[in-house]
Design a protein around this ligand. Sequence first.
Ligand code: HEC
Ligand code: HEC
Length: 207
Amino acid sequence: MATFLKNKTISVIFLSLASMVALGWTLKQDDETNYIKLDKAALKKDSIASVMAFKNVYKVLMSPRCVNCHPKGDVPLQGDDSHLHVMAPKRGLDGKGVYAMKCTNCHQPKNTPGQHTPPGNPDWHLPPADMKMVFEGRTAHELAKQLVDPAQNGNKNIKKLKEHADDALVLAGWNPGEGRTLPPMSHAEFKKEWLTWLNNGAYAPAK
Ligand code: HEC
Ligand code: HEC
């Protein structure tokens, strides 16, 4: 009787553990396929059109106006040569700087007139420390994969990604302040390529 109870207890514990693991696994699977699942019906799946569009998207993402805020380290970049930001302001947990060195000390809601003055935006900051959204140094293949991964893109599904084309900080790239070059195509062209890439299956180039 004692042995029977013991065995029963063990199998109950075992079964509960097993179902917890299985549940965890299912949730994780759901999470990872989030973006595909939500939008499967809307996707046209044309890998050639998708990859061609991403190659143009990539040119914009890697332009100084975008990469300067998507650095691999914790210091933003500056200038058309993407050098490390003078005085090295740090990302901080929320991307808004640390201690007395907050981005908004210098970056006002609007561009400051003149050469070599801080560009402005009410929400000027880097992606947060736990979701760095690095563009610097990424190949087109790596970046395309990263952009649609909810664990790396701030939990964006395809709808949110599409909307991000009109995000205020993205638009800021086309209003960079005096003396800075514009991204290599207009915002309208960028948006068209971005949507073409996503609508056709968000395929990653081979390299
Ligand atoms: C002032 C800094 C800043 C600039 C400039 C900037 N970004 Fe960002 N970007 C951010 C921040 C902060 C986030 C995270 C906030 C969010 O997800 O809404 C982000 C998120 C993103 C994302 C979503 C994240 C992902 O991995 O899918 C994309 C796409 C993006 N930016 C594209 C661009 C493009 C394109 C440009 C240039 C035209 C640009 N960014 C310029 C700060 C910036
Ligand atoms: C002490 C003032 C100061 C602080 C603090 C500061 N910046 Fe700047 N930032 C500037 C100035 C000035 C420029 C323009 C430099 C130039 O054009 O030579 C600039 C330029 C930039 C650029 C380049 C924009 C472009 O399009 O090339 C980025 C990106 C940037 N800052 C991000 C940040 C972020 C993010 C923070 C907070 C973590 C921050 N800055 C904090 C003064 C500051």
